[in-house]
Design a protein around this ligand. Structure first.
Ligand code: GLA
Length: 707
């Protein structure tokens, strides 16, 4: 018997409280405000029965199962040929340190054991759940998910959906009367962004009130759900989903659910966002990223129109802008003149690169830049040597033809050892033979069908095998950075954040479209991992025209890059772009690896601030023209405790506002921080589709009255 006790697991900001009851159940007591040690009422004293309920109500377990009185969502569903499906998991051991909690739960009669491990990751708590078959016969697993408790005053679910070129659209919905869910079935993360959600308490906003947030470290099919569980509030479920027959555990075999990264803030959404950023940073394979090199990506400059001379000219024009990394995107490999051909054949096209890629890579290096290369390893075009040699290597090969194509491509079955070995060899030889310091790893279609070599569902195995290939490559080439891309932002999640150095956020680089997409991204991931490029005008995705300054200012806070044809820019635009490249280099240490706040002003104004303690950069954007003659002051809660702030307008994309008095570049304005928090920063007028950038510095000799 394990002793009945309450355990508090805390970060600096918040706590989980779990209780081992007298019956050895492990139940949730709290997710929220930090609780210091001290007496808590036992769970049983808070129970009240409703009429016709079971004699003993079953509280929400940390690993809830169904069959014995819990009617909320179960975290585990498994069986042996339909039997032993109702488990009663009892705690058989716990291991506790100052910051971690591990428990082993068991139902011996059903032959099921579950291990739960909770530990801090940055400012979040990470929950790992593992199921073990301790019976003799195979165990079929249908579900293994984390279930977390929310109190009754939770009010609003903030979640994201999306599509190619329209990623991470925010939705705010009231807590459901019956249930709320988001399910992804296409085999990878999806364009709605990371599998996660925020829940806001009554009256909370960006900087005030309770916010609970959680995301799954997983890049495949998943389900998020929120269900009412009576007077106790709500159950939030996050888990990978498994196809029929996909997971069968042999005796003693285990299944690990994707970890859940959970967070709580008493200071609004920004507290939870900052918590996620810290957790993602501390979960990265190489903790701190070096200052993000200014990126150039060839895709929208040339698409498939490659040849050595043209590419070297592009390299030279990128270098002249101050670029630090040149990435050769799709179109460089054997036969790849359109998207119908060549995927899988990872060697330089002999017609367009008769001397291989070395001359291009060398020119990149000579000009002091890093060389990066695009690949899409999981994919194959039917019109490729690889497919002609190994038609049986694709997912669905055992199904009746024809297989559904997407962008003229099929998906390799990554769970096959020989497929991974082939890809490792192909990628390793590229990485050995060329001075490549960066791989952009794409994945441009959904999985359909998902059956592997044995005809069984393989979507989960596909994700795990892809992780394994990334891990093997990263171990073999630790100096090579890698970007996760999937038709734009289709694979952005904490599973890849542990392995990747950058995400491609969206193929839509229209600056107006990018504002909400990037804000969605920044809810879960830190800005230094957000690929953000200055694209052409008119935008290739939308056809809209925007000023170069506006486009550059929207890209600035992320991992800044350029994706256009420099030779099509006028002299003035080239000069402005060089100016922004220089600015990014000066500002990147303040923009990245620091705290970040999102907020909204009045009348459609949106802002974000980046910085630490005494030095901030503030970007204010407007997409629609203001309805008012002038802008309302912008409240900045994060500087409330700083006695004196000096504010300088660094840049404005708005030609009209450049002539206003407040917009004189570098002119200093002094304010008490409390004034900026309570009354707000006076803003210059912003036209539709414009941005202004301020620097805010805590002053030691500031004045305490307003000028
Ligand atoms: C995807 C990516 C783009 C580009 C193309 C190349 O759409 O998101 O950035 O790499 O593939 O085919």
């Amino acid at each position: 018997m394990v002793e009945a006790a309450r355990h508090i697991i805390s970060t600096d900001e918040f706590s989980f409280v779990v209780e081992i009851t007298a019956d050895n159940d492990l139940v949730w007591r709290h997710w929220g405000t930090k609780i210091d040690s001290g007496p808590l009422p036992p769970q049983s004293s808070t129970q009240t029965r409703t009429t016709f309920s079971l004699d003993t109500e079953v509280p929400m377990a940390v690993v809830p199962t169904s069959g014995f009185g819990w009617f909320g969502p179960p975290g585990v569903r498994c069986h042996r040929d339909g039997r032993q499906a109702g488990q009663r998991l009892k705690v058989i051991s716990v291991a506790i340190t100052a910051t971690t909690f591990d428990a082993v739960l068991c139902d011996e009669s059903c032959g099921v054991e579950v291990i739960v491990a909770i530990a801090p990751q940055g400012a979040c708590l990470r929950i790992a759940t593992t199921l073990r078959n301790i019976g003799d016969a195979p165990l079929s697993v249908e579900k293994l998910a984390a279930v977390l408790p929310l109190p009754p005053h939770a009010k609003t679910i903030v979640s994201f959906s999306g599509r190619h070129n329209g990623e991470m659209v925010e939705h705010c919905e009231p807590m459901p009367a019956q249930g709320w869910y988001r399910e992804q079935r296409a085999g990878l993360t999806g364009h709605g962004g990371p599998p996660g959600l925020f829940v806001l308490g009554e009256g909370s906003d960006w900087d005030r009130g309770d916010v609970w947030a959680a995301q799954l470290a997983w890049s495949g099919n998943h389900r998020l759900a929120v269900e009412p569980v009576g007077a106790d509030g709500w159950a939030v479920l996050l888990g990978a989903t498994y196809g029929p027959g996909e997971i069968t555990l042999a005796s003693d075999e285990t299944l690990s659910a994707p970890d859940v990264i959970a967070c709580y803030s008493g200071n609004g959404r920004n507290g939870a966002i900052q918590g996620f950023h810290e957790a993602i940073r501390s979960g990265r394979r190489s903790r701190e990223l070096k200052p993000r090199p200014v990126h150039f990506n060839s895709w929208e400059s040339v698409y498939f129109d490659h040849d050595e001379g043209r590419m070297i000219a592009l390299v030279e024009s990128a270098a002249a802008l101050g670029v630090e990394r040149f990435v050769l995107d799709d179109g460089w490999f054997r036969g790849r003149t359109t998207d119908r051909v060549g995927l899988g054949d990872w060697s330089a096209d002999p017609v367009r690169y008769p001397r291989g890629l070395a001359p291009v890579a060398q020119r990149v290096k000579e000009l002091g830049m890093e060389f990066g290369l695009w690949v899409e390893p999981e994919m194959v075009n039917p019109d490729s040597d690889l497919y002609r040699q190994h038609p049986d290597w694709v997912l669905g090969a055992t199904e009746v033809a024809p297989l559904p194509l997407a962008r003229h491509q099929l998906v390799l079955d990554m769970a096959r050892e020989e497929v991974r070995a082939h890809l490792f060899a192909a990628l390793s030889s590229l990485l050995r033979e060329l001075p490549i310091s960066y791989l952009k790893w794409d994945h441009n279609r959904a999985l359909a069908p998902v059956s592997g070599a044995d005809g069984c569902g393989s979507a989960t195995a596909q994700v795990r095998a892809t992780y394994a290939l990334w891990d093997r490559l990263r171990a073999a080439f630790p100096q090579v950075e890698m970007e996760a891309c999937a038709a734009g932002g289709g694979r952005i999640d904490a599973g890849f954040a542990a392995r990747a150095d950058r995400f491609w956020t969206s193929d839509n680089i229209d600056a107006v479209s990018r504002i909400p997409i990037q804000r969605g991204f920044l809810h879960f991931m830190p800005p230094e991992m957000m690929g953000a490029h200055v694209g052409a005008s008119p935008s290739h995705a939308t056809g809209r025209t925007q000023s170069l300054d506006f486009r550059a200012m929207i890209a600035l806070p992320g991992h800044f890059g350029i994706e256009l044809a420099p030779d099509r820019l006028g002299a003035d635009e080239r000069e402005r772009l060089t100016h922004w490249v220089t600015h990014f280099k000066l500002l990147r240490d303040t923009l990245h690896n620091t705290a970040m706040w999102l907020g909204e002003g009045s009348d459609g104004l949106r802002w974000q601030a980046h910085g630490e303690a005494r030095h901030f950069l503030l970007l204010v954007t407007r997409t629609e023209p203001s309805r008012n003659g002038r802008e309302s002051p912008l409240k900045l809660p994060m500087v409330a405790d700083i006695p004196h702030m000096v504010v300088r307008l660094l840049a404005s994309s708005d030609r009209a506002s450049r002539s206003t008095r407040t917009a004189n570049a570098n002119e200093e304005q002094h304010f008490p921080g409390r004034w900026l928090a309570a009354h707000g920063l006076p803003l210059p007028h912003l036209s539709g589709e414009s941005a202004v950038l301020f620097e805010l510095v805590a002053s030691t000799q500031g004045r305490d009255t307003l000028i």
